[in-house]
Design a protein around this ligand. Structure first.
Ligand SMILES: Nc1ncnc2c1ncn2[C@@H]1O[C@H](COP(=O)(O)OP(=O)(O)OP(=O)(O)O)[C@@H](O)[C@H]1O
Length: 248
């Protein structure tokens, strides 16, 4: 095992994704090499249609590459049969989507522990309690999702994503349905999970303010990785995005 592999939560190598064929083929990913370091918060940005969601879905094992390879830790996703891929997604990957996707009939606490219950894992009570503390919903554990605001529901979804201590949490526009204050809380929460609890987050976003919460921003254009920015600020990210618009 190499040092790089030890420190990488997820990566894609020579990632190509082609939708359709012949004259109408779309090269959604056109040869992307990228590492998502463990213990870091990485944002993926780029113009609409640049391949952000495709990259995230292929890296997370929700979709398959046309060529190249995707890894979670040292596990190559293309080498897994459907059953193993399902287990890997369940046990080693967490997801947060724009829609909160909570189960309406379960309480906050039951929603948070759902992935562990489905996996037949007892979970680690201390870890769950720590997560509940970090998301700040300790007094809402027995409420149903419908009794919570959108921002609170997304915080439950974030806690659920981390419940099984996955190698990496993928977040797809996690603040897309939230006002800026609630969105800011969810982003701060993702940042705290990374920095205080040593978790790994990869987030797709259109929003420079959201991207500024990350440790590093990757920029995609036309299915290629064209730039990366460490220690981003919203202004620097916005300037970089404007440069794309001027060119296209
Ligand atoms: N299932 C599909 N079938 C055909 N083409 C697709 C499919 N999914 C995505 N594409 C195309 O692949 C390209 C990349 O799409 P993708 O959704 O990854 O971009 P994106 O950067 O996430 O865009 P957005 O910011 O608008 O969500 C686009 O040209 C899109 O039209």
């Amino acid at each position: 095992m190499t040092t790089t592999a030890l420190r990488t939560a997820a990566r894609v190598v020579g990632a190509v994704k082609v939708y359709g064929g012949g004259d109408t083929a779309v090269h959604a990913l056109d040869g992307v090499d990228v590492d998502f370091p463990a213990g870091r918060f990485t944002a993926i940005m780029g113009p609409s249609g640049s391949g952000k969601s495709t990259l995230m879905h292929c890296a997370a094992g929700l979709d398959t590459l046309t060529s190249g390879a995707a890894y979670i830790g040292d596990t190559e996703l293309g080498a897994l049969d459907d059953r193993r891929l399902t287990l890997l997604r369940r046990d080693r990957v967490g997801f947060v989507f724009q829609a909160f996707n909570l189960v309406p009939t379960l309480t906050v606490e039951e929603n948070i522990t759902l992935p562990l219950d489905l996996a037949g894992r007892w979970g680690d009570r201390e870890w769950i309690d720590a997560l509940v503390g970090v998301v700040g919903l300790g007094d809402r554990l027995h409420h149903r999702p419908s009794e919570l605001s959108g921002g609170q529901q997304q915080r439950v979804a974030v806690a659920r994503a981390f419940a099984g201590r996955p190698d990496v949490v993928f977040a797809d526009e996690p603040t897309g349905n939230l006002d800026s204050r609630s969105g800011g809380e969810v982003l701060a929460l993702l940042g705290r999970a990374v920095r205080q609890m040593d978790r790994t987050v990869v987030m797709v976003t259109h929003d420079p303010v959201a991207a500024a919460h990350a440790d590093e921003v990757l920029f995609l254009a036309d299915g290629r990785l064209v730039d990366r920015m460490a220690s981003p600020t919203a202004d620097k990210v916005l300037d970089r995005m404007k440069a794309f618009e001027v060119r296209s």
